[in-house]
Design a protein around this ligand. Structure first.
Ligand code: ADP
Length: 227
């Protein structure tokens, strides 16, 4: 469960990127975070993965009793890393390691978590199969199309069995067909029980989707279903 309790975020002591934002995302939910460019979507995601802290209000992340994190007070040593290991974060520009193969990009996250080589190999093939990329394990990122690179990035995000996928404009660099394919992959991840929070300003891409939307306009929640 993720809860934003009246969260305000101010950049450079003056710019209110978020103002009194209040919402909750439950276990296993699929939610779109929408709003035009500059509305505050990335700021919401950064507050969840603790790259930023609120100036007012509270962000509460609670996946189980051992993994509960409040933005108030000082975090326990190592707790932010622990939290991030249970979040699957995906960016518009993929952020793959350019000098590592597809296999290594996905395996990297698992090595950090201390799995055996056998287990790593099994899991890498499992998640690359889920995103349709198991035939390209030896390719380097530059040998792949944008859509393929994003599929690898999604496989990497899934590797550690996250509680939630956080995707920041994951289709921003992709054409409409590839964008629809990426949303379909998120739907199948959601169907297997993982929560998905996808930030996008592409209203057409999501207009027929049955999921809840959190809509932001200039840093404030808007109580309607369009931008
Ligand atoms: P979105 O993801 O919806 O495009 P952002 O959360 O990136 O919106 O940005 C919200 C607002 O905060 C924008 O006006 C942006 O310029 C501003 N902003 C974002 N990050 C910073 C920063 N590090 N310093 C100053 N202003 C920022």
């Amino acid at each position: 469960m993720i809860a934003f309790n009246h969260v305000t975020k101010v950049y450079e002591k003056k710019w209110k990127a978020l103002q009194d934002v209040h919402f909750r995302i439950d276990k296993g939910e699929f939610v779109f975070l929408t709003g035009q460019s500059g509305a505050g979507k990335s700021t919401v995601l950064k507050l969840i993965y603790m790259d930023e802290r609120p100036d007012d209000g509270e962000v509460l992340i609670s996946f189980n009793k051992n993994l509960t994190y409040r933005s108030h007070g000082s975090p326990a040593p190592g707790s932010i890393q622990m939290l991030r290991r249970r979040l699957g974060i995906i960016f518009q520009d993929f952020k793959l390691l350019v000098d590592r193969t597809v296999f290594e990009n996905v395996a990297f996250a698992l090595r950090v978590s201390g799995y055996s080589n056998k287990k790593i190999k099994e899991r890498v093939y499992e998640v690359l199969t889920a995103t349709g990329m198991s035939h390209r394990t030896r390719a380097l990122p530059h040998q792949l199309s944008g859509g393929e690179q994003q599929r690898v990035a999604i496989a990497r995000a899934m590797a550690n069995e996250p509680y939630i996928i956080l995707a920041d404009e994951p289709t921003g660099n992709l054409d409409p067909d590839n964008s629809s394919e990426i949303v379909k992959i998120f739907q199948s991840i959601h169907a297997s029980g993982t929560a998905v929070l996808m930030a996008t300003h592409d209203y057409h891409l999501i207009e027929k989707m049955p999921y809840r939307r959190i809509v932001l306009k200039r840093g404030q929640l808007v109580n309607r279903d369009y931008i």
